[in-house]
Write a protein that binds this ligand. Structure first.
Ligand code: MN
Length: 328
């Protein structure tokens, strides 16, 4: 059995009140895992609050049936008895990637525990948390944790876990998709998760402004490495012009990989307020997780990213340069 179960067991036994958080710009996996995990904590008789740094995207609002997700954007959201809470972070092991839910709460919560499936490099985070890099998604790990505690899924948690897995596996395609992933998906479906409706919520509910943003991003494409890599930009100016949100632009990074022969896609991006970020998506053996970690970020073998302290244009040039190692 994975050592994470024992670590989590000990952690949960120590405390009665928990704050559940995921990474900034939360995605379907982070949100799905949080909703299911919150249900588990309630089942175990614990008090818990979901507190995230950023609001959930409109496309994911259907998951939050009982309006359990709170945004930590000011001191008012911090529980008065914060010193009695321990924190559980889902779907990231990089503290810098948690945002205000980390920066406002650190040194005030009693402890912090990670449940994640991203590569944590050579760190000792594996020893005391629940990090299973082979898992398709944090949602899949939460499903296993719920089974371990004998907690049956409700419609709400089944839908949340299915959505998290669907999103993180690129609709059950990416390499970490296993027979177990499909078995969990089947169980979620038996409990009412509707594949057609969930897909529609995630991928066929885009706003017109996001479609316009997509056209701006695609227009910046630069073909590199003899057609094997494509680089694109998402700028604050595009967001102002189209009225679309940053999170609506981020998935455009996947589009170049639909082109035959393209094995790497990079997107240099910046929200209206915030740092310049680099996202990388690859196919096959191009492992960008380590590259991202060298730059202070993280991720998976074929999907990773980092933040940059350089200007947008300098970052763009450097990001392309650093990918060169894969094409020697
Ligand atoms: Mn994930």
């Amino acid at each position: 059995m994975h050592s994470g179960f024992k670590n989590l067991d000990q952690y949960l036994a120590k405390y009665d009140k928990f704050i559940i958080s995921t990474h900034e710009s939360p995605d379907a996996d982070g949100i799905g895992a949080e909703l299911a995990f919150n249900e588990l904590l309630n089942f175990l008789g614990k008090k818990s609050i979901i507190l995230n740094s950023d609001p959930l995207p409109d496309t994911l609002e259907f998951l939050d049936i009982e309006k359990e997700i709170n945004i930590l954007d000011s001191e008012e959201e911090v529980p008065p008895d914060i010193d009695e809470y321990a924190q559980i972070v889902l779907d990231t092991n990089d503290y810098d990637n948690i945002g205000s839910a980390y920066h406002i709460l650190k040194n005030r919560v009693r402890d912090i525990f990670i449940i994640d499936h991203h590569d944590a490099g050579d760190s000792d985070k594996f020893d005391t948390n629940f990090i299973r890099v082979e898992a398709s998604s944090a949602s899949e790990i939460v499903y296993e944790i719920m089974s371990y505690y004998g907690k049956d899924l409700t419609f709400k948690s089944a839908q949340a876990i299915y959505t998290g897995m669907l999103f993180d596996t690129g609709s059950f395609r990416y390499p970490k998709t296993t027979p177990l992933t499909y078995r969990i998906a089947a169980r979620c479906m038996e409990l009412g998760a509707d594949p057609f409706k969930i897909y529609e919520h995630l991928y066929e509910s885009n706003s017109l402004s996001s479609f316009s943003l997509r056209s701006h991003i695609l227009a910046t494409m630069e073909v590199l490495q003899n057609g094997k890599m494509i680089a694109m930009k998402l700028t604050p100016d595009m967001l102002r012009r189209t009225g679309a949100s940053f999170t609506e632009g981020e998935p455009v990074i996947n589009v170049p990989l639909t082109v035959k022969g393209v094995i790497a896609s990079i997107l240099i991006k910046q929200d209206i307020v915030g740092p310049v970020k680099v996202s990388m998506r690859t196919k096959g053996d191009i492992d960008v997780a380590r590259l991202a970690m060298e730059m202070g970020g993280g991720g998976h073998k074929n999907a990773a990213g980092y933040k940059s302290k350089l200007s947008f244009e300098e970052t763009y040039v450097k990001a392309i340069e650093s990918m060169g190692r894969f094409f020697k």
